[in-house]
Design a protein around this ligand. Structure first.
Ligand SMILES: [Mg+2]
Length: 220
């Protein structure tokens, strides 16, 4: 079968980026979008890179975030606006392919195999989309390009924000094999512990396991 060209597009710090569009004065400050902004016990839903550099983490309590970063600007979530932007980004994706699989509100896989004659290589399409999203909407995406969905998703995490990473048949071992197995989409905490117990720590280790052994230890 012919190789597919799959893009995984991930909006960077999505909630925080969209909320900052309405609050540009906070652009160079540490910002978090918090569930219950007035309540110290609310949790962090998203943060910008500056807040991240203070160690602010998604899902921690507001008071924990504030104790790490006393100047933290806390914004309320605006779900209507997030949905609106998610749809707008999707309209941009639709200019390049009609094979789109969303994953949550801020991620999509795009199969652009059939779009290359019209728009150029996967990498060229990725850059076109990246530029459109930034120029038209004021938010950024990172894009991973590969011949399967799993590698494309790993790629979108490698360089961000506003960046493109290609994982090809030529470079995938060098780019992917050294990553911890926990980076894989299906690998939760329990799966990772089970795999570590049989000596599988990175994705390369996993690739050398035979299917029978894996079925036995994982039960699937
Ligand atoms: Mg994201």
């Amino acid at each position: 079968m012919k190789d597919r060209t799959i893009l995984h597009c991930d909006l960077n710090n999505f909630f925080a980026s969209v909320s900052l569009l309405d609050n540009p004065t906070f652009y160079n400050m540490p910002v978090a979008v918090c569930g219950n902004a007035e309540d110290r016990h609310g949790i962090v839903l998203a943060k910008n890179d500056i807040a991240k550099s203070y160690g602010v983490k998604t899902a921690e309590a507001n008071w924990e975030a504030i104790s790490k970063c006393p100047d933290l600007v806390i914004l309320k979530p605006d779900y209507k606006k997030y949905c609106e932007y998610s749809a707008k980004v999707r309209e941009i994706y639709e200019r390049y392919t009609d094979i789109i699989e969303p994953f949550g509100i801020d991620e999509c896989w795009l199969d652009v195999t059939g779009s290359k004659l019209l728009f150029g290589s996967g990498e060229e399409i990725a850059h076109k989309i990246r530029r459109c999203v930034k120029n038209e909407l004021g938010v950024t995406i990172s894009v991973g390009i590969s011949f399967n969905k799993i590698f494309a998703k790993l790629g979108s995490d490698m360089k961000k924000p506003d960046a493109v990473t290609v994982i090809s048949k030529e470079n995938f071992k060098e780019k992917v094999w050294g990553l911890p197995v926990g980076d894989l989409l299906f690998a939760g905490k329990k799966t990772v512990l089970t795999l570590n117990r049989i000596g599988v720590f990175n994705i390369g280790d996993l690739s050398y396991c035979d299917e029978k052994t894996l079925k036995k230890v994982l039960g699937v």
